[in-house]
Design a protein around this ligand. Sequence first.
Ligand SMILES: [Zn+2]
Length: 312
Amino acid sequence: MMGAHARIGIDLGGTKISGIALGPDSKVLAQARVDAPKGNYSETIDSVCGLVMSLEERASVEASVGIGIPGSVSPATGNIQNANSTWLNTQPFKQDLETSLKRQVRLANDANCFALSEAMDGAGQGAASVFGVILGTGCGGGLVVNGRIIDGPRGIGGEWGHNPLPWPEANETPGPQCWCGKKGCMETWVSGPAMAADHKRVFSETLSAHDIARNAGEGCAKVNKTLESHASRLARGLACVINIFDPERVVLGGGLSNMSHLYEQLPGLIAPYIFSDNTAIDILSPVHGAESGVRGAAWLWDIAESENSEWK
Ligand SMILES: [Zn+2]
């Protein structure tokens, strides 16, 4: 499914705002990146609008605009919720952008944009159902079926990061404190900072997630044990989602998706927990990597309706 018009996708990150302009044939016409104004709502609006204008000027097109945000639009109020860029929360961001840009815009959670990008023309292309997983500073996810993001009346479809670790072992309960107020959420076990915290808790040794990942397979017993625990927990968490959503493919994204051992080990670790005689599961690395956010945001105008429209 290729769009017949030019599309701009914006990825609103905590430190950078990235943008891409895609032509009708999905060719990249222009790309740009600006610093994200920290803690300032009206400057954030101005930066996004400035980026859209500059991309349109450079690509010589008038485009539809889709925006990936680190939170979601509350279907109840139309305002932003759950954003770790906290100055966006409770703001009518969509409405304010539409006023400034003088056109309709579509917003979606950044993990949903990732899942959509990979489902449309990435590692999930051709599959009817895709679970896109973000493993970075946090743990998010998005569900796509037949090219459409699945979301619901709460705007949290695919958000598995604040469910508890399933099938816990004795030393895994109640689990680490999560910022959301609960203990033992998936995010407190499988994100990058969570893996580093686990290493420190078990071995009293301070290594960043990047250091741990870089030393995978290098023969350090402590690092290997931390990676083994991490893969086991990730496998159990994914099995729980697979037993509910039964996706054709799972695509990993975010910083930890660079750890190649995950693609070799996860299918075997997940299999014992899958409630079916078919326990095979494809766990794939992303095709578009860091560009998935902007690409997925651009794709928001290629799906028939915005994800929440039937609920409004
Ligand atoms: Zn939590």
